[in-house]
Write a protein that binds this ligand. Sequence first.
Ligand code: NAD
Ligand code: 3PG
Length: 387
Amino acid sequence: MYKYHCLNPIAEVGLDRFTTDYAQTAKVEEADAILVRSAAMHDMEFSENLKAIGRAGAGVNNIPLEKCAEKGIVVFNTPGANANGVKELVIAGMLLASRDIVGGINWVQEYEEDGNIAKLAEKQKKQFAGHEIEGKKLGVIGLGAIGVLVANVATHLGMEVYGYDPYVSVDSAWKLSRSIHHATSVDELYKECDFITIHVPATEDTKNLIDKDAISIMKKDVVVMNFARDVLVNGEDMVDALVSGAVKRYVTDFPTPEIAGVKNAIVIPHLGASTEESEDNCAVMAVAELKDYLENGNIRNSVNYPACEMGDRAGNVRITILHKNIPNMLGQFTALLAEADMNIALLSNKSKKEYAYTMIDVETAVSDEVQEKIAKINGVLKVRVLA
Ligand SMILES: NC(=O)c1ccc[n+]([C@@H]2O[C@H](COP(=O)([O-])OP(=O)(O)OC[C@H]3O[C@@H](n4cnc5c(N)ncnc54)[C@H](O)[C@@H]3O)[C@@H](O)[C@H]2O)c1
Ligand SMILES: O=C(O)[C@H](O)COP(=O)(O)O
């Protein structure tokens, strides 16, 4: 029996995929797996029992990835599962920034009791007039699951689109419309575009990606959109730019005390992935990844360990070993099994930066003694025997 704990509400359609071999627990310390959305995990202590964390979503900056890797806890996310939800809200954000729809709706609420509201509206509406987005230039920074969808749909709305992503994946490149200009530097995109939207992960390298220096290169009256993470935009510099008028509107999905309430900031309470469809997609994918790891040891879509899959165990006993990516680990594992007179049916070994993973199918039972000997090898972080 496996136990899982939810740190945030997770869509039922996903949890329903857990079979009768699984039970939800309210005690995080007894869980084999944790499911999470944006709950902050950096200050959490993890029990020896914890084997995996499934982030039902894309961003993993709420999870201590390195600490988890060191403890042999595999962290998964669900790439692309909420991308359409975010794409649709980015388009809405662009429209909200172009026309004062919110101001207009607020005006109607103010005059809702006025019997003359229809005539008044015709007189007053000019104060809420705006611009169309067709023919304008959109710059997309980060052409991953979300950036590609935003870039492509904007071309269908008649926008001229510039894309910038020095690390673009082959998959994303295949999906990108041919009409998108390939910006070779982010400054080129800043100089050209009327709207700029960022879709990169929050890391030490991307923190403050948009600051006063970046804003100084942008066109006057630019609209900046941030549906990725608050820390990507320097809050103080953005407030100054809105006050001075250098940035016309800042649309963000991340309320902070600094930006909430600032004139010309359109602040949304982190709703990008809050659609039934995205929540369902993320939950289903996260649960599938956790189950496949717990039951078969397969790793797909991990952010701190390499992808490594050997399919179903098909009656074999499977030894899975999370370890440091250092020389002679495989040699030590196979020597130990040979010494115990065990035959290897199938083996796979993959690495990602400082960490590696080895899966070994054997045709005989694995004794506690063998498991303990593997666990004691210097550099081994966690050993499981799936039988
Ligand atoms: N508002 C929301 O509800 C919501 C929902 C999903 C994701 N997000 C955020 O959006 C981010 C992107 O999501 P995604 O699903 O598109 O992720 P993704 O991993 O598919 O794409 C990220 C892209 O950014 C690129 N990149 C990384 N550093 C870059 C840099 N310095 N300059 C340009 N490009 C760079 C990568 O090459 C990759 O193509 C997530 O990390 C998350 O923080 C927010
Ligand atoms: O990174 C993500 O997937 C989004 O920011 C969604 O976060 P949420 O699951 O807390 O809505």
